[in-house]
Write a protein that binds this ligand. Structure first.
Ligand code: TMP
Length: 254
């Protein structure tokens, strides 16, 4: 029986109460959704891969001075994180045109953008996460101008780091989504990176073939999602060539 108190269950993750005050356990599920959960499926081992990839990227980012919620790994699907007050924004950074920007602005998919673009979406499933302007963020009090500045400068640093890291392993960072939270320590509040960075929340294309190594495999029904996520993990050096992700516990033989 699971005695832990569930704090929140999202489409691909669950948050449980952590062992100490101010901490939570972030659990990565195998569920995948697309089109605001109209399309749903399960992929054995996706949660394990995303946990491992996100843990790796958050650790590297904190080494270059990006404050994150990650504390330590707990097990194959779970990590201990700092509790934050989530800012209700999905912060999308785009380097190459793909996804909704193509439909919205008529840009050709695969075209490098004139410069990296940061977009804000209001995190609200009922409304389908609409694109918003900074004006909406400040007018509705979702974040103040200083917080928006902090978020944008962190997003730019994260993009620079990820582009360098992934280029080195033959992958283009097309776009990705970040979430941030307010972390309180006594009277001090600072904005830190929260949620995850994984092939669920990024578009990652092989440099040579432009093959998607991300959730577009599922969105576009291409198949091979787990193989693509494994390839990302293998190239990052966090999954050895012959390692397979153990997805389920022992199977009962009847
Ligand atoms: P989009 O092209 O659908 O707007 O998505 C841009 C990138 O952000 C893509 O890598 C997927 C990611 N993303 C999420 O992971 N969750 C979200 O809710 C949104 C809006 C985008």
């Amino acid at each position: 029986m699971n005695r832990r108190r569930k704090i929140y269950e999202g489409k691909a993750k669950i948050l449980y109460e952590g062992p100490e005050a101010g901490t939570l356990i972030q659990h990565f599920k195998d569920d995948a959704t697309a089109n605001n959960a109209e399309k749903k499926d399960q992929f054995d081992g996706k949660g394990v891969l995303n946990n491992r990839i996100s843990e790796y990227l958050f650790t590297r980012l904190s080494e270059i001075g990006v404050p994150t919620h990650f504390i330590r790994s707990m097990n194959m699907r779970e990590q201990l994180i700092k509790e934050v007050e989530i800012i209700p924004l999905e912060v999308v950074v785009r380097n190459i045109a793909a996804g909704t920007i193509c439909k919205r602005l008529g840009v050709e998919e695969g075209k490098p953008l004139p410069r990296s673009i940061i977009e804000f979406y209001y995190k609200n499933d009922e409304l389908g996460d609409p694109l918003i302007a900074e004006e909406h963020i400040t007018a509705f009090g979702w974040a103040n101008p200083q917080e928006i500045d902090d978020i944008m400068s962190l997003a730019i640093r994260i993009n620079d780091y990820l582009c360098g890291l992934f280029t080195g392993i033959g992958i283009q960072v097309v776009d990705f989504k970040l979430e941030f939270g307010r972390h309180f320590q006594g009277d001090i509040m600072r904005i830190i990176l929260a949620d995850e960075i994984s092939p669920d929340s990024c578009r990652l294309w092989d440099i040579d073939t432009n093959e998607s190594l991300d959730k577009d495999k599922f969105r576009k029904d291409e198949g091979g999602l787990i193989e693509a996520y494994q390839e990302v993990a293998r190239r990052l050096g966090i999954l050895s060539d012959n390692e397979r992700v153990i997805t389920k516990g022992p199977v009962l033989v009847k």
